[in-house]
Write a protein that binds this ligand. Structure first.
Ligand SMILES: [Zn+2]
Ligand SMILES: [Zn+2]
Length: 376
């Protein structure tokens, strides 16, 4: 195997990589059909249009197989192509897209493997072409540390049951006394759009101050520095969130939603909005949105928050509403231009998932800046 074999179009690298990715996704989807109680999310399971889902799994496996063949033909090193072919063949041998799901599925603890696969498919179909066509920075799809961020994306989806538990439990345990039925009925009976706007407002207000705290308290900063560590932005980079940050931030943000008693549909719409908006904010696209950028956060706004130099350090804490930063004196949004460098100034965050997981707990060997309110 030649390690230096070309990765250009026609070298079989793109088809080989795509074949492995699709083969692995097909294999994962077949596992979901085989073990629905343990590997699928109950809320999604209930609404899947199964004919469409099976057609999609078939398309993924067959395309993975064909691309594996293409790579084997084009590339001297057969590793990628054969890897993709093997995954597709094993998926078919396990029953492929025709595995019957004997209903009703038993209640069980579960991993959200289906949620991971579905979101990976949706986000990459939407954002990979967008980033190819409108890239702000020229970089390959599989850029530096892409694998690390894919692990974050995987963990962030697969452990959905754990995250939901830790999001909901603190509010129900400590704030049950703050719920007033008449107030909640009044909130939940408003039109959905009004509730959605209120959720965005109240959530971002809570997020803003939690985020500032993460930049201020040294231990929290070391956990949050992980999110700031990518030096190349793209649709996947925002997934890089330390597990402590995910749990703490979501637990805090859920408190007002729980106390106010918003309708579940409004909360679900917000969750979908957040999932899409967060990916867009980190995407490697050169779109600018004029005055809208003052109203709702766009990629340029959040990417100044990720910049490692200049006046934008410790600015733009809001994730949805830039005018909250303006209100609290932390906004940085020049008329045009983009930040020159991304990443964390003054400290070295390791590159792998496991090293980043223990990073906040490690004794500091070198004294770099310990918080965002960085000594300049
Ligand atoms: Zn931050
Ligand atoms: Zn971010």
């Amino acid at each position: 195997m030649s390690r230096d074999e070309a990765r250009t179009l026609g070298s079989g690298w793109i088809s080989g990589t795509a074949s492995v990715v699709l083969g692995a996704m097909g294999f994962g989807a077949v596992l979901c059909l085989l073990f629905p109680a343990q590997l699928t999310t109950p809320g999604l399971r209930a609404v899947y249009p199964m004919r469409l889902v099976r057609g999609l799994i078939e398309a993924v496996i067959v395309t993975g197989f064909v691309l594996g063949l293409v790579s084997v033909v084009l590339r001297k090193s057969k590793l990628l192509g054969l890897g993709g072919l093997s995954l597709a063949i094993v998926s078919v041998l396990l029953g492929g897209w025709t595995v019957p799901v004997e209903g009703p599925v038993a209640r069980s603890n579960y991993l959200g493997l289906d949620w991971f696969l579905l979101d990976l498919l949706l986000m990459s179909v939407m954002f990979v072409p967008l980033e190819r066509l409108f890239a702000r920075v020229s970089q390959p799809i599989v850029r530096n540390e892409f694998g690390t961020d894919l692990v974050y994306f995987f963990v962030g989806h697969v452990l959905i049951q754990v995250f939901v538990f830790f999001t909901v439990a603190p509010a129900t345990t400590f704030f049950f006394w703050a719920r007033h039925p008449s107030f909640q009925t009044a909130i939940a009976s408003q039109p959905l759009l009004v509730q959605f706007v209120e959720i965005v407002l109240v959530s971002d207000l809570f997020f803003y101050w939690t985020h500032r705290l993460f930049h201020r308290v040294p231990f929290l900063w070391r956990a949050h520095a992980v999110h700031h560590s990518p030096r190349q932005m793209d649709w996947l980079a925002g997934s890089r969130l330390h597990i402590l940050e995910i749990i703490l931030v979501r637990a805090v943000m859920f408190v007002p939603l729980f106390v106010c008693g918003f309708a579940p549909t409004a909360v679900q719409v917000y969750v979908v909005f957040v999932a899409l908006h967060a990916v867009l904010l980190h995407a490697n696209v050169r779109f600018t949105f004029g005055w809208i950028e003052q109203l709702i956060a766009m990629p340029r706004y959040h990417q100044f928050h990720h910049a490692s130099d200049g006046e934008s350090l410790d600015k733009n804490f809001a994730v949805h509403l830039p005018w909250l930063d303006r209100l609290f004196g932390t906004q940085y949004l020049p008329r045009d231009g983009w930040p020159a460098h991304m990443g964390v100034a003054g400290e070295h965050v390791p590159a792998t998932y496991w090293a980043q997981l223990v990073y906040p707990f490690r004794r500091r060997e070198r004294q770099g800046r310990s918080g965002p309110f960085r000594e300049k």
